[in-house]
Design a protein around this ligand. Sequence first.
Ligand code: KIV
Ligand code: ZN
Length: 510
Amino acid sequence: MAKTKDKVIIFDTTLRDGEQAAGGTLNAPEKLEIARQLERLNVDVIEAGFPISSPGDFEAVKLIAKEVRKPIICGLARAHPQDIDRAWKAIKEAARPRIHVFLSSSDIHLGYQLKKSREEVLHTAAEMVARAKKYTDDIEFSPMDASRTEPEYIYQILKAVIEAGAITVNIPDTVGYAIPDEFGKLIEGILKKVPNIAKAVVSVHCHDDLGLAVANSLEAVRRGARQVECTINGIGERAGNASMEEIVMAIKTRQDFFQLTTQINTNQIYKASRLVSELTGFVVQPNKAIIGANAFRHESGIHQDGVIKMPITYEIMNPKTVGIPSSSLVLGKLSGRHAFKEHLAELGYSLNEEDFNRAFNAFKELADKKKGVTDRDIESVIAEEQRTVSEVYHLDRVQISCGDRGIPTAAVSLIGPGGEVLADAALGTGPVDAVYEAINRIVNVPNELTEFTVKSVTEGIDAIGEVLIRIESEGITYTGRGADTDIIVASAKAYMNALNRLLAAKKADG
Ligand code: KIV
Ligand code: ZN
């Protein structure tokens, strides 16, 4: 990749490090859907996965490499010959393939985990980069746990791997231990003391264990790093990675300070955030910078007064810049197909005829129930419709009876895989339990409900309720979401969503 002095390369690792977050497993179609959104965001590099880690991840990386043509598609590999060969097999069809080789460098990792000397590690790193270089020119190398490694030794490793062909050298703060000034000095030292550093892009990869991932990354950029590895919503191993939306918006909003740019289409940030949250099941905290529900809400009277008079008084960014939909009323029950279609286009959706018809019908149903429909409602309706596209069982009807005296009872009917209607009823400790029991009697896949949360999409008594659940089966967690103005129906939809994902995963495993 050509080095430009003033551009920061955005390397997205949502599909690799992000997916390493506990409970965040994604299947191949889900990874592809996120990769397509990352392409719309215009990221420079997508780290699509760790191909040797599982057959499923190998297939997902392969699929992304074939389908997503604009960004560089990167596969991760340990410094082992089999890993490198497998990574290449997965990415070789990419328009622009990259292999990312990593090997620990700190004495802590060498002594306790690898049980290897510094000389051995130095030799293996260069040897494996040279092996990868036979496949493709675009090789990245990471000395893992770099921030706890003696700087002089990092300089030696980087010199050796650049000689062997690495064109990006990535400095990970693997355990989120660094402090901005210290990390910045490490980057400055690398740029000064590695003799052949001009032949490579210096990258950083920071974890958030001390809540400093973004600060460390930005300090590194200030001191000369020109690639940042980050994830949507900051998801990742343990406390996560540096959050892409925070890095990108800090560089954009404080252009006066950094004098740098990225090529990100920032108006796609919110959609990317929602999609990742939807598919991983990781809820975004309301106060999360840039994309949290409260990020642009002004509660204090003084602030509201200022924003009405002039937004710049209390808003350093315009919510539209990151694609946040407005929460004011936009459509009502008299809005027709044309108005709905135009509005969807304004929001950046382009649905095919069939999906549009389903979305329009769902919108009409909602408009009958709610006084006015907002962009957030529309977003929720479309997400709900998209969830049902590849279902094995579809929720047809749900009816419950409950109260403080009666025994909660539910009757449900589902449309089965062959289009047949399957109905059953059950009692439960509460209405949701009764509905789930009735569904279990039909679908009959053992699982345990491990999490259940409900929240409203907008304010108001007639708001849509969104339910997020997690179920566990044979040690694997599956998430499900459902939205409806009736929260019991939303709960049933969420359960069907999780069960359908479980069934799809079982089918893929044979
Ligand atoms: O955190 C880390 O060190 C990593 C490497 C594989 C780059 O994720
Ligand atoms: Zn990492």
